[in-house]
Design a binder for this molecule. Structure first.
Ligand code: ADP
Ligand code: MG
Length: 254
């Protein structure tokens, strides 16, 4: 597996993207983070751009980062929190609009500096994007540009239902075009519903046409405890990590 970071020097970690917002990126990022930490890897979450933040203006909370920190039972001081979520905005809208409304443009260089600082202290990063690949983060750049700058291997989270073939295959095509390493697809059922003929065929078709492995199918879980039990098998070790690891994770399909 190619594992070379473009800007960060060493690709220590993973970038979790998705075909859309609400597909389960945060859930998958939490699952990866929990698994790595359980295996003794000092991994931490990062959410470079978060909109829909809450709390007082000088201490905005990033909800996705909080979900990941909680899932990993991590408590961090505000200085570290600021590195893990360097751009926090209150309006729940696209990053480019939130940045415009706040008069605080997003600088990729600043995001990378925060990522580098975290990697000086920790083994790996589990980075979560916002929305999908082509979400604008400013006048010129997209989330995909941030991903290319990080150069981390990518996990794509996708829905199982109607429409996922186009969205997922387009996402993979763009990632290949920008020469990012894709570890695989996680198909996540973020809404209740039955897995019928269409969903089963979608999973099979993505396996046949995606050109990357299906890492896991995560079923809809009613409870938080159920969601915390979901696992994402990333069993290929990433060279360059301080601690090499090789773990087989049980595939959870029910
Ligand atoms: N497998 C699942 N079972 C039940 N609820 C889920 C599942 N996956 C995601 N959800 C819920 O769907 C919503 C969107 O998931 P999230 O991980 O936040 O998506 P994203 O990060 O892509 O926006 C959240 O409320 C989350 O708890
Ligand atoms: Mg999220």
């Amino acid at each position: 597996m190619k594992c070379g970071g473009r800007e960060l020097g060493l690709a220590r970690g993973v970038f979790v993207t998705g075909t859309d917002t609400g597909v389960g990126k945060t859930l998958v990022a939490s699952a990866i983070l929990r698994a790595w930490r359980k295996a003794g890897v000092d991994a931490v979450p990062m959410k470079p751009v978060q909109t829909g933040c809450t709390g007082p203006a000088d201490r905005l909370r990033a909800p996705d980062l909080d979900v990941c920190l909680k899932a990993a039972s991590l408590k961090v001081p505000s200085s570290l929190y600021a590195q893990m979520a360097p751009y926090r905005y209150r309006p729940a809208c696209s990053p480019h609009l939130a940045a415009l409304l706040a008069g605080r443009p997003i600088l990729i260089s600043r995001i990378l500096a925060a990522g580098r600082a975290l990697l000086r202290k920790y083994d790996r990063l589990v980075v979560e994007g916002a929305g999908g690949l082509l979400v604008p983060v400013g006048r010129q750049y997209t989330m995909l540009d941030i991903m290319v700058s990080f150069g981390l291997p990518v996990v794509v989270v996708a829905r199982p239902g109607l429409g996922t073939l186009n969205h997922t295959l387009m996402t993979l095509e763009m990632l290949r075009f920008r020469r990012l390493t894709v570890l695989g697809i996680v198909i996540n059922q973020s809404k209740p519903g039955r897995i019928g003929r269409i969903e089963t065929d979608n999973i099979r078709t993505l396996k046949e046409r995606g050109g990357v492995p299906i890492l896991a199918f995560l079923p809809y879980k009613r409870s938080r405890a159920g969601m915390n039990g979901l696992e994402v098998p990333l069993d290929r070790p990433c060279p360059g990590s301080r601690q090499s690891m090789r773990h087989s994770f049980r595939r959870v399909t029910s």
